[in-house]
Design a protein around this ligand. Structure first.
Ligand code: XUL
Ligand code: CO
Length: 437
């Protein structure tokens, strides 16, 4: 049965196309910098927003129906999966991502939930084969159920810790069974509401213990993909331990998990941490932990995680610039952790939103290459640090300069007499010329 009736398969028609159901910039098979756009961008559909979220907010009920015409949870899960693969086919998206509870509703007990997961993951496996789709990453929803009110692996209640590990064990098993290329940890409730009731050190020790157990188990059952932590500073908790890229790095290094993990950077989470998306990607790139992206965007006037589809070309260009400089995606990709606005409630809106997001990243990829080929930005940065290539700078760079030598050098100088301009405004103009010229 066709679920998205009347919506055609979306194809590239070029930038002058006025057909809303066409790509203007995403031309999957076009080669840019030695790889096709499809290979560069590795787009993924997020099951939770696209297939599950009905537009509920704090002030009102859902505006779109995601029941898929079924009441029985397993039947509904199958109908939802059928629709998901139709959507991916029509949008020409190769990958998807899910939480365990997205693909089938949780049962009364862990056993019942696991049995449902067995049925639906087998069903999805067949669909993947039939439609030639792949799993970018799987994860476990350890935040929605009320048992996680005080956290999951960071709960003060050891029974909750045990339940968390058991739930994640199953999520890892189905991720492996479906050939998932990654497994994500997003600590939705791993944080605190007040330090007055919180043993922060113990909670973080426990979170690390959970991760170590999961990594070891996943490797033991043949998982070859990447583990990711997805940083987010707050929401739902007041403070989340995976605050931002730099905080995650410190955590991973403290617990000896840094060799096992990369980061899954989400644009809206970066802005919640008062960083740019580019900053979070740069921290990951510079520290060799760039892994994957949750592509979305916040609203500059709203202080919460609005998860909008990304349409800002400035942001997507600078994001793709970082991705290219990081060597591109290996196991990761661009997962649209994004939802249509509550007022964009029709089936057509979902397609139009994905088209807008895919086109925004496709154009960002094109512009990022132009920026790199243009060379002015890279050259400027290279020149800006050129004092480290010769003389005293070279000695600082290669580590041979001693503290006494630097003192003698500075005394001889008397004072610093030369400094060059940072030229920020000029560089912003260069970016504008590349984007809009
Ligand atoms: C929540 C969020 C999650 C993770 C996966 O803000 O981004 O959906 O991506 O758990
Ligand atoms: Co996310």
């Amino acid at each position: 049965m066709e679920y998205y009736q009347g919506i055609p398969k979306i194809t590239y028609k070029g930038k002058d196309s006025k057909d809303p159901f066409s790509f203007k910039f995403y031309n999957p098979d076009e080669v840019i910098g030695g790889k096709t756009m499809r290979e560069h961008l590795r787009f993924a559909m997020s099951y939770w927003h696209t297939m599950c979220a009905e537009g509920v907010d704090m002030f009102g009920a859902g505006t779109s129906d995601k029941s898929y015409g079924a009441k029985d949870p397993v039947e509904q899960a199958k109908a939802k999966a059928d629709a998901a693969f139709e959507l991916m086919d029509k949008l020409d998206i190769d990958y998807f991502c899910f939480h365990d509870r997205d693909i089938v509703a949780e049962g009364e007990t862990l056993k019942e939930s696991n049995e449902r997961l067995d049925i639906i993951s087998a069903y999805i496996k067949d669909l993947m084969k039939k439609h030639n789709k792949k799993l970018l990453w799987g994860t476990a929803n350890c935040f929605g159920n009320k048992r996680y009110m005080h956290g999951a692996s960071t709960s003060p209640n050891a029974d909750v810790f045990a339940f968390t590990v058991a739930q994640i064990k199953k999520a890892v098993e189905i991720t492996v069974a479906l050939g998932g290329e990654g497994y994500v940890f997003w600590g939705g409730r791993e944080g605190y509401e007040t330090l007055l009731n919180t043993d922060m050190a113990k909670e973080q020790d426990n979170m690390a213990k959970m991760m170590r157990m999961v990594v070891d188990y996943a490797r033991s059952i043949g998982f070859k993909g990447d583990f990711y932590i997805e940083p987010k500073p707050k929401e739902p908790t007041k403070h989340q331990y995976d605050f931002d890229s730099a905080t995650c790095l410190a955590f991973l290094r403290k617990y000896g998990l840094d060799k096992d993990f990369k980061l899954n950077i989400e644009a809206n989470h970066a802005t919640l941490a008062s960083h740019t998306f580019q900053h979070e990607l740069r921290v990951a790139r510079d520290n060799g932990v760039f892994g994957s992206i949750d592509a979305n965007s916040g609203d500059p006037n709203l202080g919460w995680d609005t998860d909008q589809f990304p349409t800002n070309i400035y942001d997507t260009t600078l994001a793709m610039y970082e991705v290219i400089k990081a060597g591109g995606f290996v196991h990761g990709g661009l997962n649209f952790d994004a939802k249509t606005r509550r007022g964009s409630f029709t089936k057509e809106d979902i397609f139009l939103a994905y088209i807008a997001g895919m086109d925004a990243f496709a154009l960002g990829l094109r512009k990022a290459y132009t920026l790199i080929e243009d060379g002015r930005i890279d050259k400027f940065v290279e020149d800006r640090y050129s004092s480290y290539n010769t003389g005293i700078g070279k000695k600082i760079t290669d580590g041979s300069a001693t503290i006494e030598e630097l003192e003698a050098y500075a005394l001889k100088m008397g004072d610093v007499t030369t400094n060059t301009s940072g030229r920020q405004e000029y560089l912003e103009d260069v970016v504008n010329a590349v984007l809009f010229g």
